[in-house]
Design a binder for this molecule. Structure first.
Ligand code: EPZ
Length: 423
């Protein structure tokens, strides 16, 4: 297993180009199964999760070609309606195939995802929404056995979850509803940019969707969806991660080809800590060097502060003087990075969904274990400022969601390298 070795102490300087969004690419790839003709996606990121999703679609009968940063999907022979446990266990987003399977094949047998490093990952809201559209879903032996042989029909529904809305449930139901008979209204819909991008993609194929980005989405069912070409939106979490890297190293970094309007709460919190931020249409410029104000963060559904940026901020706040707090309302257990940061000399106490961070003067390098995607990125960020060389093990977690993180950081002046397990 590869590891990343990073030696702290360098202020990052320069420009970094942001890749396409992982969390838009994955639902959009499954939505391509709804098309009658081939679909070409561009600006897709070179990530393990995209390769895994390609394999999932191929197993279902679709033809998929990954060519540099584009994905060509021909769904003509999409005919298998089953996804086994070992696939869903590896990548929870595989459950996005439920909607297209029911819409195109009228049946589905998909494993329940179980939990992961950030906590339980239920899909009760996916099931609630699909049942509202007339599908019959039963849970048997760890699998969802679903059928909609009589076809799907539009319905009004509330997809309210314990922490507000659900990105996955909103995408899955939207994909099932675009060819249902009649009108579907989704209340308490997720507003994330990735949900909007999935809606825009479906509309480019001929779907009739209004209100994506608001908490009420209205869908008029159509008989068929065409093929087409679509450019995936920039990854706001990758962009946010490099902004934090620039700020916490006291650097001067320009994050390019991104969507500043998708990062408003993140930029607000960076400025509150003391970073200098300036933006234009597709670029965000961050200058660190004076991170002297402790802050309070509360993760919320979009447009609130994103849970996927929580670990990175926890890393940065570990060396900000004073006491900061991070309240995790989406995944209360999402503090697996805290123990590793404390091994590097941080002083953080996480309990019942709240991390209290007492800023320390500096961190010290240590061998640390990556666990989940964003926690792993947070440990690399900590290594950028720790005294000595930090070895981050099990970097396959990072490769799921960050394209060549060590190359992009090295181009900004970080002393970082990937060491393959053979060495
Ligand atoms: C998406 O996961 C993202 N993944 C996650 O990013 C992200 O953290 C999450 O949205 C929240 O923004 C992808 O897009 C592939 P949810 P998803 O359904 O759809 C509860 C990353 O690091 N819930 O919005 O699974 C759930 O337990 C990943 O890139 C139910 O209760 O998230 C959580 O508390 C990690 N019932 C909350 O809702 C359900 O049926 C939000 O979950 C579904 C969810």
């Amino acid at each position: 297993m590869d590891q990343i070795r990073v030696t702290g102490g360098k202020a990052l300087r320069g420009e970094v180009k942001i890749s396409g969004s992982k969390n838009a690419t994955l639902p959009i790839m499954t939505a391509a199964l709804l098309a009658e003709k081939p679909v070409t996606l561009t600006n897709t990121p070179l990530l393990q999760d995209v390769r895994t999703m390609a394999a999932v679609l191929q197993a279902l009968g679709a033809k998929v070609i990954l060519k540099d940063r584009s994905v060509i999907i021909d769904p003509t022979d999409f005919s298998r309606a089953e996804i086994p446990y070992d696939v869903v266990r590896k990548m929870r987003a595989s459950v996005y195939v439920l909607g297209p399977m029911l819409a195109r094949l009228g049946q589905a047998r998909v494993s329940l995802p179980g939990g992961c490093a950030i906590g339980p990952r239920p899909i009760d809201l996916h099931i609630k929404g699909l049942r509202a559209l007339g599908a019959d879903l039963q849970l048997k032996h760890g699998y969802i056995e679903a059928n909609a042989r009589k076809g799907l029909r539009g319905a009004e529904m509330w997809l309210e979850g314990p922490s507000g809305s659900s990105v996955g449930a909103t995408c899955n139901v939207m994909m099932a509803a675009v060819m249902a008979k009649g009108t579907t209204v989704i209340h308490a819909a997720a507003r994330e940019p990735e949900v909007c991008d999935t809606a825009e993609f479906l509309k480019s194929l001929g779907a009739r969707i209004e209100g994506a980005g608001s908490s009420t989405i209205t869908i008029e069912g159509v008989d068929r969806l065409d093929g087409g070409k679509y450019r995936v939106v920039a990854d706001r979490i990758e962009a946010g991660t490099y902004l934090v890297a620039g700020a916490m190293t006291g650097g001067d970094v320009k994050v390019c080809d991104c969507r500043p309007d998708h990062l408003e709460t993140v930029l607000e919190k960076l400025a509150e800590v003391g970073a200098e931020i300036s933006v234009d249409e597709t670029t965000i410029h961050v200058r660190g060097g004076n991170l002297s104000h402790p802050i309070a963060i509360r993760t919320l559904p979009y447009p609130g502060f994103p849970t996927d940026m929580q670990a990175q901020f926890t890393s940065m706040l570990s060396v900000v003087p004073g006491t900061s707090t991070v309240t995790e309302t989406i995944y209360p257990d999402r503090f697996i990075h805290v123990a590793e940061l404390n091994r590097m000399g941080a002083n953080i106490h996480a309990h019942a969904g709240v991390a209290t961070i007492h800023g320390v003067k500096s961190l010290s390098a240590a061998p640390v274990m990556a666990s989940d995607l964003r926690a792993s990125a947070a440990l690399v960020l900590a290594g950028l400022i720790a005294k000595g060389t930090t070895h981050v093990l099990r970097v396959y977690h990072i490769d799921r969601g960050y394209e060549s993180i060590e190359k992009k950081l090295s181009a900004l002046g970080a002393q970082i390298e990937r060491v393959s397990s053979r060495q």
